[in-house]
Design a binder for this molecule. Sequence first.
Ligand SMILES: [Zn+2]
Ligand SMILES: [Zn+2]
Length: 186
Amino acid sequence: MLAEMRMITITMGRALVPDRGRDSVDVVTSSRKPAPTLSLSPATAAAVAHVLAPLELRLTAHRRAVLAALEISDRPLTTDEVVHRSGVPVSTVYRNLAELVEAGVVVRVAGAGGGDRHELAEPFSQHHHHHLVCVQCGIVTDFDPSAQLERLIDKEVGALLQSTGFEVSNHVFDVRGRCYDCVSAG
Ligand SMILES: [Zn+2]
Ligand SMILES: [Zn+2]
């Protein structure tokens, strides 16, 4: 009987193994951790490398994997989630996130208690958006307000320059409440 090589794809921290019966799944265990297969988009990698170079920080495989986990996600991630999805050791994730926040590549997102959450800074994600914050479980999800609301916010805050001399650089607009899961659980 021929032995068959099978690829196991790690996606978002989960191993996707074709369902072909319990006894045929014979995974050879290894002391080595699987290499992260998340990949950072070339455009983001180039933009990040440009910012890190003057700081004498390299875009290492670990930093790439951490950034890829944030880039692929549709919501800000806790440190534990970044560890789980990137396959990068926890102490390295803590250090890398702190360095990337310092460099302005990653931003800490205000949640509602619990651990810090992180996302790619808007100049790197190229996705201006706002957050829904669940005050019960702490999850933060992204949402895109209508173009009409964005124009209204820009107009209102732009007027502040006239009335107060406050020069606006960007805006952050969070909505707090309870997420669907928390509401459903009662
Ligand atoms: Zn919730
Ligand atoms: Zn906005």
